[in-house]
Design a protein around this ligand. Sequence first.
Ligand code: GDP
Ligand code: MG
Length: 163
Amino acid sequence: DATLVALIGRPNVGKSTLFNRLSRRRDALVDPTPGVTRDRHYARVVWEDHPFILVDTGGIDDEDDTITNHIRHQAMLAIEEADIIFFLMDGREGLTPSDVEIVALLRRTEKNVFFIVNKIDSPEIEAGLLTPFWELGVEPLWALSADHGYGLNTLMAGVLPCL
Ligand code: GDP
Ligand code: MG
């Protein structure tokens, strides 16, 4: 079976931006697999000859749901069905209580989890924006700019052994 990589994280952290960046690579194919949850997008991506399926989770559809509940649900689904989890946080927003809670959940899985701090658009701001996230006690933290591409090759080099 193809390796499944799931993108999870609060709304607005940049999941869809990363999905689009990875899925618009020459060898990617956006594949609306029938019979799967409607609010999720799937793309077939090949990175250095290693194929995987990337899953982007949608927004909140239940208005009564809290963001943390929603992400907890996403995280539990991802822990169940994905092989690799990209947990995205927002480097510009800083660390949030919701991030702390979801990280605690993700630390308990045997799946490969990549803890990613997005919106780090240049190396100059990397150290400063990462600092609050060290409090999570997870290593490594992957600095990324889904928008500009900074950190993507480094992240994917780390992912490659898991593919
Ligand atoms: P999602 O809700 O997690 O899917 O987040 P989106 O991908 O829709 O991005 C939310 C907002 O953050 C958009 O305005 C993006 O342009 C912006 N964004 C995403 N990635 C980056 C990044 O690496 N740097 C900056 N500065 N903005 C970003
Ligand atoms: Mg999105």
